[in-house]
Design a protein around this ligand. Structure first.
Ligand SMILES: Nc1ncnc2c1ncn2[C@@H]1O[C@H](COP(=O)(O)OP(=O)(O)O)[C@@H](O)[C@H]1O
Ligand SMILES: [Mg+2]
Length: 327
């Protein structure tokens, strides 16, 4: 069952400095269907528009970011709405309780001069009127379920390790049992070993709460580990989408092949190729397929026409003239 759907979503950063207009096409015609009870991954190199897509899906759109086309339709139980048409007040009511967000850095959520307990208090009080006893039960039960020590409640954020802080942020973002959770590079700032724990925590929460997690990371190993389906983003567009196993077993887009080829395998000492060159500036895209200047299989058509995302096989979509045989 679909919980979130967009069609041809376009969100550009439009700026004008000294009369010079600049348009950064950060989200450029994205169509996605995200299901209830799944972990949906969004992958791609830095600068391809992942965070902007998340912001738009969350309804956080402020100038210079401008939505030019498309709706962001949610269907959460009997609540159906286009998040882009909600008032700030309506947005506030929905955020955290229905749709929540785990940022890359916990310090944007936790108040550095207040104990963790107070962060939980102000957070919950903003959404619910509850008694002191009920608050205690709710928070302690939730921390327990997540395997976090109750003592963290007495700590100030700076007294916790980076990994523990991020776990606390995740606990905060999930305490009201939101149906949709966005996580934007939730473990990127952490050490590899700590990363694993944070990702496992997300996986456990999803299993228990049966909600939908939209996980953004450039790290394909993390996607392989926890996502049900993956969308690959390149220069503001989704260029491939399929079930995780299918993406890794049978990648179709040359860019996806590069991304997967750059995954280290245990015991493999061979040199791995990454895609030559770097992604194009989103303010000045090449004509045709945006990947064509880096593609080893480029044809004349790729330099002129933009391939659309089409189903190449069951549930596996790709935007590439080589594979889709699109006419
Ligand atoms: N406030 C802004 N004004 C103008 N351009 C921006 C702004 N924020 C991000 N961008 C540009 O949008 C593009 C996509 O950025 P982003 O969504 O952060 O990508 P990612 O998360 O994949 O690294 C980048 O080229 C970035 O420079
Ligand atoms: Mg980002």
């Amino acid at each position: 069952m679909t919980i979130l759907k967009t069609e041809n979503l376009k969100a550009y950063y439009i700026t004008e400095i000294f009369g010079i207009k600049r348009t950064v096409k950060a989200v450029d015609g994205v169509s996605i269907d995200i299901n209830n009870n799944e972990i949906f991954g969004i992958a791609g190199e830095s600068g391809c528009g992942k965070s902007t897509l998340i912001k738009t899906l969350l309804g956080i759109v402020k100038p210079p970011l401008t939505v030019l086309d498309g709706d962001v339709n949610y269907s959460i139980g009997d609540k159906k709405f286009n998040i882009l048409s909600l008032s700030p007040r309506e947005l506030k009511n929905i955020r955290w309780e229905y749709i929540s967000y785990i940022p890359q850095s916990s310090m944007s959520v936790l108040n550095p001069v207040r104990r963790i307990r107070d962060s939980f208090k102000s957070f919950i009080n903003a959404h619910k009127k509850i008694e002191k006893k009920e608050f205690k039960n709710l928070v302690e039960e939730h921390l327990n379920a997540l395997g976090l020590p109750i003592e963290v409640l007495n700590a100030y954020p700076h007294q916790l390790s980076g990994g523990m802080r991020q776990r606390v942020t995740i606990a905060l973002a999930t305490i009201l049992k939101p149906k949709v959770i966005f996580a934007d590079e939730p473990s990127t700032a952490l050490d590899v070993v700590v990363q694993r724990g944070v990702i496992q925590l997300l996986k456990d929460i999803q299993k228990e709460q049966k909600n939908t997690i939209i996980l953004v990371t450039h790290d394909m190993a993390i996607h392989a580990n926890i996502c049900d389906r993956i969308a690959i983003m390149y220069a503001g567009k989704i260029i491939e989408e399929a079930k995780t196993e299918e993406i890794f077993k049978n990648p179709l887009h040359p860019y996806t092949k590069y991304l997967i080829g750059s995954l280290p395998k245990i015991g493999d000492k061979s040199y791995r190729v990454s895609a030559p060159g770097s992604p194009p500036p989103l303010s000045n895209l090449p004509p045709g397929c945006s990947f064509h200047p880096r593609c080893p299989y480029v044809t004349e058509r790729c330099r002129k026409e933009i391939p659309s995302l089409v189903e190449a096989r069951d549930g596996h979509k790709v935007a590439c003239f080589l594979v889709s045989k699109e006419v």
